[in-house]
Write a protein that binds this ligand. Sequence first.
Ligand code: NAD
Length: 468
Amino acid sequence: MNKTDYNIKVNRAIDAQMIWKNAPAPNRGELIRQFGNCLRQNKNELAKLVVQDSKKIIGEAEGEVQEAIDMCDFAVGLSRQLYGLTMPSERQDHKMQEVWHPLGVVGVISAFNFPCAVWAWNHILAIVCGNSVVWKPSPRSLNITKKLKELWDQTVEEFLKTTIVKHTMGDRFNMKDLLQIVEGGNETAEWIADDPRIKLVSATGSTEMGKALAPRVAARLGRTILELGGNNAMLLSQHANLKLALRAIVFSAVGTCGQRCTSLRRLIINEKIYNEVVESLKKIYTNLIIGDPMNSKTLVGPMIDQNAVKKMQSVLEECRKKGHTVFGGEVIEDCYVKPAIVEVKEQDDIVYKETFAPILYVMKYITLENAIRKNNIVSQGLSSCIFTNNLQEAELFTSSMGSDCGIVNINIGPSGAEIGGAFGGEKDTGGGRESGSDAWKQYMKRTTITTNYSESLPLAQGIKFDIE
Ligand code: NAD
């Protein structure tokens, strides 16, 4: 896409938003309700396209589409709950309140590994909040992107047949324009970052991408939501239910072939159970079904491309050179690899980095305080978890003295979040929050309104300013 085409698309998004922002929020919710139904009807086809683009296994792809459907359900309810507060005024016969208004055009930049869900987290909220969206997908996600745009346009057509919106909004309103796709690589993402017409830039991808784009948005005082890399750990206590823990470890470490932002990368095990856990894991890893992502029995599909495979192999080679013990990790063929377990005595530079591959670093801990330090020492702060049935351990880990991540789970692995909570992480993960809870507020602007219904004009803080 060239810059001229990009500008045309952004201008269309602006024009559509200028009208859409005035539609009653529950009407906006009705559009999203219909879109959710459309996604339901097309779930199987969408999931196959997610597999085609991202190479994740079909079960996970279906889960990803379900996440988009769940977002629609959530946002329909939200469309009647975009609440502001009323605050007591210090002045007699005055009323103070806040009202949330639509923001404008929202730019969405997304990564290859969640080509449908991440867009949905942003788009669905943005639309219900009265905005339009300019979406730059990963260059690897164009099949699913095209289909989602097609379903969006189809839903809009159906919606306009049944709603009063068209009559109230006028014919010049092209509702399809509320979603614009701008295909391209880094340059297109930079146009979005630099573009003052785009009021919020929600960018998902590597920390390097966030560090490149955030200063550009900041230079024009724009808003960002940054959802960047993770380096997620599990603390495995001697008080854990090991059967549950093993299932969680394997799902989180090898799911999406280790290419989730929330993948389990570091397993910090109490020394008393270390040998038993590592032996059990090696047995499970030996029997993992690796193969065609469309086969429902497969647990591990291929990596995204040859570059990702090469990167994994070079990191494993570096691990061997550093004296870490590597189990598995071999290339089977093409982009199919065996997930690896790497035993490390202490964390080092290589462990501190997010390698987007199925490599699980395992290590021992003696005290829980020490394990928490190990969890927190990395620069990323996305997801973390503890497996324990000991209340004190669980409470400490979730307290302010515990994990410093945005997501902190007890007896659940670090990956596989529900849409109802705010999703995101601290530090090099970028600090953004998307999806549930009150994440919607970032897609709106807050107006504080004070009304005087008295016959006088008292000033705040009791200031005297008499002009007679
Ligand atoms: P990536 O950073 O290579 O690309 C993500 C998006 O940003 C793409 O659309 C790409 O075109 C664009 N981009 C990349 N570098 C850029 C640059 N320097 N300037 C401008 N635009 C740039 O990421 P990826 O390989 O597609 O996905 C994997 C990464 O995404 C991992 O680091 C993973 O942890 C992260 N991720 C994070 C979350 C989250 O919610 N925190 C979710 C999914 C993926």
